[in-house]
Write a protein that binds this ligand. Structure first.
Ligand code: SAM
Ligand code: SF4
Length: 395
């Protein structure tokens, strides 16, 4: 069989599309995402939209015959985008791939009134699912987090979103310094009253290079102790579970499987996705079955220049070894309640005794050929994956 005639390994398989919009009206002190302080209007933003569309066409050419199941506009603050730009990207993607009628199109939004006023236009542009960065419904928390909205605006935005979009998810942040179990219960109770079908509850982390990390180093405040954070995690599992929002990943809860984030499941299950926009990651299995790690230029100007020079925004497109791909499956798969198939981890040759001892202490369980982190294990997932990766004979 000639190389050209060889059937594409990825043909017909599901694929996702991530679109990164880097602009934010204000930079939050805890955020280490690829963001730029700018409203995303004017010539540069228009040039960025054109570059994203060109990059999408170029990357899609290498992933033909795939079935597009999800588009995710992440950021940054994609709710600052023009609805016409969102529409152009969705329409272009629909034209480049086979899609399903239930294509999930998620857009991340900040809950200010100005942005909520544009939700209807985003729905008309094809957005089916809004991921709203509520973070807290307590004004003092929002002030500490440096947010440019208050609790009342977040309630208004959630109410508009619930009317306008078929599906709504909210993001919350817990383990703020000094937060007690009673505080967090009250925050969760308030958040549940918004009626979202999906809740992402993230423990506050102090990432290197952020204003929060510098404040902690100066001794202005201390992050929550590990046992407090673990107790807050337990409270999250209990309260959201009782409200019918079952966990399906460490930080993510949904009202039934239909409400789960199809896009994030692509990452956690090791499926393929393209990434367009500045600093976007992608994973693509090529025609000979090699998984490739791809990355676009990080700075807006570099990304636009890269697309102009080469047609696509990619600055990295590297094959992963079988062991590297298996390590990614371990790190991603153990985050979910369905876990990861042991067969997928075979290239790592993980020490069986290490798995046995983690099962013995109740942090892992094994069933139907899958390795799954227990609820207690999910609290210390970083440690578990480190122990397993260290015991691997390949890596
Ligand atoms: C990339 S942000 C984009 C969403 C949107 N711009 C916003 O801020 O609402 C996605 C989510 O990550 C979470 N997040 C970002 N940095 C975090 C941190 N250091 N600790 C905990 N959660 C964080 C927040 O809940 C945020 O809503
Ligand atoms: S948390 Fe959201 S709004 Fe704040 S800087 Fe990060 S991406 Fe922008």
């Amino acid at each position: 069989m000639t190389e050209a005639a060889r059937p594409a390994r990825g043909a017909g398989r599901d694929i996702g599309l991530y679109v990164h919009w880097p602009y934010c009206a204000r930079i939050c002190p805890y955020c280490d995402f690829n963001v730029v302080r700018h409203r995303g209007r004017g010539d540069e933003a228009a040039a960025l939209v054109a570059a994203i569309l060109a990059d999408l066409r170029a990357q899609a050419a290498g992933a033909r015959r795939r079935r597009l199941v999800s588009i995710f506009f992440g950021g940054g603050t994609p709710s600052l985008m023009d609805a016409a730009a969102v529409s152009a990207i969705v329409e272009s993607a629909r034209g480049l791939f086979t899609t399903t009628p239930d294509l999930e199109v998620t857009l991340e939004a900040n809950p200010t009134d100005a942005e909520a006023d544009r939700f209807a236009a985003f729905a008309a542009a094809g957005v089916t699912r809004l991921s709203l960065g509520v973070q807290s419904l307590h004004d003092a928390d929002l002030a500490f987090l440096g947010r440019n909205h208050d609790a009342a605006a977040a309630r208004r935005a959630a109410s508009v979103a619930a009317r306008v979009f078929p599906r709504l998810s909210i993001d919350l942040i817990y383990a703020l310094p000094g937060q007690t179990l009673a505080d967090w219960r009250e925050r969760l109770e308030a958040a549940l009253s918004l009626g979202a079908e999906h809740v992402s509850a993230y423990q506050l982390t102090c990432e290197p290079g952020t204003a929060f990390e510098r404040a902690v180093r100066r001794g202005e405040w201390a992050p929550s102790a590990a046992d407090t954070a673990a107790a807050l995690f337990e409270t999250t599992q209990e309260m959201l579970g009782e409200a019918g929002l079952e966990p399906y990943e460490v930080s993510n809860h949904a009202r039934g499987s239909g409400a789960q984030s199809r896009h994030n499941l692509i990452y956690w299950r090791g499926a393929d996705y393209l990434g367009v926009g500045p600093g976007a990651h992608g994973r693509l299995t090529d025609d000979v079955g090699t998984r490739r790690a791809r990355l676009t230029a990080k700075k807006v100007a570099d990304y636009i220049a890269q697309v102009e020079a080469t047609g696509a925004g990619l600055i990295e497109d590297e094959p992963l070894s079988a062991a590297e791909a298996a390590l990614e499956r371990l790190l991603m798969g153990l985050r979910t309640l369905e876990g990861v198939a042991l067969g997928e981890l075979a290239p790592l040759a993980i020490d069986r005794q290490e798995i046995g001892s983690l099962i013995g202490v109740g942090l892992l369980q094994q069933s139907d050929g899958r390795l799954v982190a227990t609820r207690r294990g999910r609290v210390v997932l970083d440690r578990i994956t480190l122990d397993l990766a260290r015991s691997a004979r390949q890596g």
